[in-house]
Design a protein around this ligand. Structure first.
Ligand code: SF4
Length: 104
C-alpha cells in the first residue's frame, strides 16, 4: 500500500450491501432447511423476522398472510433464531449445501 498523499486522501469505495451479498457463494439444496409455522406467524403482531433477516429470506404474502421463505438466500447467520425461534424451525442446510465464506 502506498503512503503517497494521493492514496491517503482517496475516497473509500462505497459498496452496497446488495453488492456484497452477491459475492457470497452458495450451493442450493433441493429442499428447504427452514420451516415456518404459519399459524404462529400469523399470531405474531410484530413479525420481526420480516425485518431482521439480512438476506431477505422472509416475505409476507399480503394476499394470504403467509410467510414466504426464500431459503436459497440464507446466510446462516442465526438471527432468525433469536427473533422468531417460536415459529421458525431452522436447521443447517443439507451436507455440502449452503453458503461458503472465503475466511471460513
Ligand atoms: S439464518 Fe440469517 S440469513 Fe438465514 S434465514 Fe435466518 S436470519 Fe436469514
Amino acid at each position: 500500500m502506498s503512503d503517497s498523499p494521493e492514496s491517503m486522501t482517496a475516497p473509500t469505495p462505497v459498496v452496497s450491501l446488495d453488492d456484497k451479498l452477491a459475492l457470497v457463494k452458495r450451493k442450493f439444496a433441493k429442499d428447504s432447511h427452514i420451516e415456518v409455522d404459519q399459524a404462529l406467524f400469523r399470531q405474531d403482531t410484530l413479525k420481526a423476522v420480516l425485518f431482521v433477516c439480512p438476506a431477505k429470506v422472509y416475505e409476507l404474502n399480503e394476499e394470504t398472510g403467509e410467510c414466504l421463505v426464500n431459503f436459497e438466500n440464507c446466510l446462516e447467520c442465526g438471527t432468525c433464531q433469536v427473533a422468531a425461534r417460536e415459529y421458525v424451525k431452522w436447521d443447517n442446510p443439507q451436507g455440502g449445501f449452503g453458503v461458503s465464506y472465503a475466511l471460513g
